[in-house]
Design a protein. Structure first.
Length: 115
């Protein structure tokens, strides 16, 4: 039986990654976990994890999907071979990409129609 798996890394799982790296990483995770999932930094953090985990190539029949998103993300973050500064730099790159994208799309296209 498979654990509940999301299609992409879910924001509600951010805090589970806190104690896997050093103080700067922990501070980032704490900050992002308190933000709404639509906040620019939350989106950037999810993009970072999606890239680290290669979520776009995951499918429900894969071994990684059978582990679940939290386990996969924990493995990817803990197994990241470079220092925390490199991971934080990847986050900043993702944040800039999200900011650039949000700036390029008219606001009315970003809003969901609730009717």
């Amino acid at each position: 039986m498979y654990p509940k798996s999301e299609i992409l890394f879910p924001h509600h799982s951010v805090y589970t990654l806190k104690n896997l790296r050093g103080k700067k990483w922990q501070k980032l995770v704490e900050r992002v976990a308190t933000l709404p999932e639509t906040h620019e930094e939350s989106l950037a953090f999810s993009l970072l994890i999606i890239r680290l985990c290669n979520c776009l190539n995951c499918n429900l029949g894969s071994y990684k999907a059978s582990l679940g998103c939290v386990t996969c993300a924990r493995r990817a973050v803990a197994g990241f071979k470079e220092p925390d500064e490199a991971l934080l730099k990847l986050f900043e790159q993702a944040r800039r990409e999200v900011a650039d994208f949000l700036a390029s799309v008219p606001e009315e296209e970003l809003l969901c129609d609730s009717e």
